[in-house]
Structure formats: C-alpha cells, structure tokens
Design a protein around this ligand. Structure first.
Ligand code: SAM
Length: 176
C-alpha cells in the first residue's frame, strides 16, 4: 500500500468551493475558519467570493498561519465564527468535525464519500446528524503539491459533508 503524505497533505482543487457556496446560499459575507488550510486552495476562492477567512495549519506551507494544531486549544477557539470549512487530515476527520461544531454553527468538511461507511462512526452519525451530503458528480482533482495537471484520473469520490448545529432531521443528498 502507498504511504500517505506526512500530516495527510493533499491539496484540493479550488473548483470544489463554488458548488459548496451554491448549496450554502449565503446572502452576506461570513466569518470562516479554515483550520487545515495547506497552501490555501480552499481559502483563496472563499476570500475571492468576499468572505472573511482565517487560515491556519499545523505546518507552515507558506499560506495562512502555520504551527496551529486545531485539536489543541488556541486563542482562535474564543472567536465567533459563522462557519468552519475544511479538508481535514482524514484520520482525524471526526475529531475535526466534533471540535468545529463547538466553535461554529455551520461545519463543512470535504471528505471521501466513504466517510459515510464504517460501523465505528455509528454513534457519531447518530449523535451528530448531518444536514446535507453534497456529492460531486465529477471527480475533483487533488494533488500532493498543487500540480493538479499531474493527475489524469481521480480514483476517489468526494463530497461536502455539511453539519448545522441543532439539525435533527435526516440528511439531504444533493448532487453538485
Ligand atoms: C488534506 S490536507 C488539506 C489541505 C487544504 N485544506 C486543501 O484542501 O488544499 C490536510 C491538511 O491538514 C493539516 N493538518 C494535519 N494535522 C493537523 C492538525 N492537527 N491541525 C491543523 N492542521 C493539520 C496538514 O498539514 C495538511 O495541510
């Protein structure tokens, strides 16, 4: 099996953001924390769309503020956020979502569709109901170094997983 990148660094193609914004249908700029920003592939289109984005990452990758472990307490935990938007390290995805929901009423995570599987996440999904799963009709490129052209085919299906604090209904599936 291939080794995963250190700290699970895979850049998401910025084209992942406009369909998310359509689903969210925000009417005014939002204060957003991207807590695992990498080189800013998600933050940049959010900023271009007029939102106020704070971008942090465990590692300094030349964008945003490095050296911030999202799973550890930080001064950013005391800010008021409208939303957290992220492509977190997959092995910590659940912890990232759980902490994000304590900080912001809306949490959007770009994750493999397979995140829906796993009996190990039953309690999590039961107690943390998803509002929407927005599934990409086409595969979104991802890259180790932001060189998206290197990837001719994209073997993994991704979706935006959207939680809204207090949501109690069954999740909606959207195709984007
Ligand atoms: C899958 S990459 C996503 C990068 C970027 N968000 C994107 O979509 O292009 C995951 C990122 O999470 C960062 N990361 C890993 N563990 C972290 C932690 N505990 N706190 C904050 N960031 C972390 C990695 O350094 C990496 O940049």
């Amino acid at each position: 099996m291939k080794e995963r990148e250190p700290n699970d660094f895979y850049a998401t193609h910025p084209s992942a953001i406009p369909p998310l914004l359509e689903v969210l249908d925000w009417r005014k700029p939002q204060k957003i924390w991207e807590n695992s920003c990498g080189t800013g592939c998600l933050s940049k289109p959010l900023i271009n769309a007029g939102h106020f984005v704070t971008s942090t990452d465990l590692i300094d990758r030349g964008f945003g503020t490095g050296g911030i472990d999202f799973l550890e307490p930080s001064w950013l935990d005391h800010e008021q956020w409208d939303a957290v938007i992220m492509n977190p390290p997959y092995k910590h995805a659940q912890e990232f979502v759980e902490k994000s929901l304590t900080l912001a009423p809306v949490v959007c995570a770009f994750l493999r569709l397979a995140f829906l599987e796993s009996s190990g996440r039953k309690v999590f999904f039961d107690t943390t109901p998803l509002e929407t799963v927005a599934v990409f009709r086409k595969r979104i490129p991802y890259s180790k170094e932001g060189k998206f052209d290197d990837f001719k085919s994209h073997p993994v299906a991704y979706a935006w997983f959207i939680w809204r604090r207090g949501c109690q209904s069954s999740p909606i599936i959207r195709w984007i």
